[in-house]
Design a protein around this ligand. Sequence first.
Ligand code: GTP
Ligand code: MG
Length: 295
Amino acid sequence: MPNEHKAGFVNIFGAPNAGKSTLLNAILGEQLVITSEKVQTTRHRILGILTEPEYQIILSDTPGIIEPKYKLHERMMLQVKSALEDADIALLIHDITQPIDEFEKIVNGLKLKVPAIIILNKADLLKNNKEVEEYTQRYKERFPNNEILAVSAKDKRHVEKIIPATLKHLPEAPPYYPEDSISDRPVRFFVSELIRQQIYELYHEELPYHTAVIIQSFEEKPTLNVIKAEIIVSRETQKIIMIGKGGSMIKQLGINSRKAIEEFLQAKVHLELFVKVRPKWRDNDNYLKEYGYNS
Ligand SMILES: Nc1nc2c(ncn2[C@@H]2O[C@H](COP(=O)(O)OP(=O)(O)OP(=O)(O)O)[C@@H](O)[C@H]2O)c(=O)[nH]1
Ligand SMILES: [Mg+2]
């Protein structure tokens, strides 16, 4: 390996809904992690690995930074903490339409010790380039030591500027992961996330926040993948809503999820969903552990 090869951890931080997961997908050029209009979609730290002959950038998506209300939230913030500990570079992402003071508060709270690039996302929501320039200027005055890029992760506009900006700070190192690795998470994890994404899209208000999805079994047959998944909710009433009249909602969820999983796996899928009530699971150490919220 020539010694000029660069490799390192480039971890994404920001408020809920800033577009962290959309940005990770845009940089990777594929739909790896789930996104939604709702806040608190991402609950884990998830790696997305970009390998080129000259470098390996290991991106981390992280949960949006919040004040924890449940043990689940505490676990989510531990995922952020772990990403803070091993970051070589931080991508600090902010929704450009949101107040600069809120962003500054988050940045100060992180107490970063590594180079950080500020990504002003959702630039497409501003009126024109002039406005984007004006907003960017304000951040440059407030954060004079950071490179600042205005992008649209959704439209993939100016996202291509992020890699060259990170390469300036990336340490010389051999690759950490084999060149064909895309993530640190197994297929099962992404399958459960795709079901969770469909829950976020189909159900309203609080319900998605009370759900966890566990893959019970995943059988790969020559022509078909047979997947059984459990959806955990906190209350009996939520189970009733989840299932819907005559099973109509859970049926729709099954159809939507199957399509998303088939697209992801590029293979036919038979999906079975079961709903289980686990009271207060979001505050229960054993359930959290069982559902993969370990640390
Ligand atoms: N208009 C616009 N919307 C965007 C852009 N990037 C992301 N979004 C939208 O913002 C919402 C949140 O995006 P996510 O990527 O899920 O945000 P996140 O920061 O990962 O959110 P959490 O995981 O909840 O912390 C989604 O509806 C995205 O489609 C953008 O550049 N422009
Ligand atoms: Mg996210």
